[in-house]
Design a protein around this ligand. Structure first.
Ligand code: PXP
Length: 247
């Protein structure tokens, strides 16, 4: 078994369930601690502009209580930059954010926003955060990510997963090939490569098998499946599939 592929567990949707009833439970920080015990290598939390799931107080508590690194997902806004600079999480992952979307639907348009992003990333990188950009596996986006000073790119696996679950296997395979090529290209530029969005037990192995990929960030499926089998069990099963794909 090799463990050069990290698993980041995204706990946003524990907060979604909490907020649906305006209650104090389930507590996403408790889920994060359980994920940590179950072998998560990191915790991801997305503080959205509208605070629809994770709240500022959750980030305070995660920074206080986690022993594994926090990957702080956020939009590239002035408000979020100030919050990140106050906390200095291990990693900051910049994602596009639209109020009307249900989840992060596409990758960042890095190539079109290079000057602003370079300026935006500078202070975060200087403060010690590893800055990651959530992008499509396209050469132009990857080259631009390198130019603006990102240390990491996270490749968007959403389309690959959707095609799989819709039974559109030719399109899924074409998307997988694009991810494989993009990962190798990003690594050749000296970027660390992560991947995530929409991954499930059925879709994780081909992504985990891409040697250039060093971290997977998985949330919705893990939290959903934990209703049936518990978070510890689902994290163990995901970890096992990742390790099997890596051998
Ligand atoms: N990576 C990024 C950058 C994301 O925005 C998300 C969704 O919040 C994920 C990974 C995890 O996606 P999912 O919840 O579908 O597993």
């Amino acid at each position: 078994m090799t463990n050069d592929l990290r698993l980041g567990v995204n706990i946003d949707h524990v907060a979604t369930v909490r907020n649906a009833r305006g209650s104090a439970y389930p507590d996403p920080v408790r889920a994060a601690k359980l994920a940590e015990e179950a072998g998560a290598d990191g915790i991801t939390a997305h503080l959205r502009e509208d605070r629809r799931h994770i709240r500022d107080t959750d980030i305070d508590a995660l920074m206080d209580q986690l022993t594994v690194p926090l990957n702080f997902e956020m939009a590239a806004t002035a408000e979020m930059q100030a919050i990140a600079l106050r906390h200095i999480p291990h990693a900051v992952c910049l994602v596009p954010e639209k109020r009307e979307e249900r989840t992060t639907e596409g990758g960042l348009e890095v190539a079109k926003d290079q000057n602003r992003l370079a300026e935006y990333i500078g202070p975060l990188a200087e403060a010690g955060c590893r800055v990651s950009l959530f992008v499509a596996a396209e050469e132009a986006q990857l080259e631009a990510s390198k130019r603006v000073g990102a240390a990491v790119v996270e490749l968007h696996t959403g389309a690959y997963c959707d095609f799989h679950h819709e039974g559109r296997f030719e399109e899924r395979d074409a998307e997988l090939a694009r991810l494989q090529k993009g990962a190798a290209f990003a690594a050749s530029l000296g970027l660390e490569v992560h991947a995530g969005h929409g991954l499930t037990f059925e879709t994780v192995k081909p992504i985990a098998a891409i040697q250039a990929v060093k971290e997977l960030n998985i949330g919705h499926f893990l939290i959903a499946e934990s209703i049936f089998t518990g978070l510890t069990s689902v994290i163990h099963d995901m970890r096992r599939l990742m390790d099997e794909a890596r051998v």
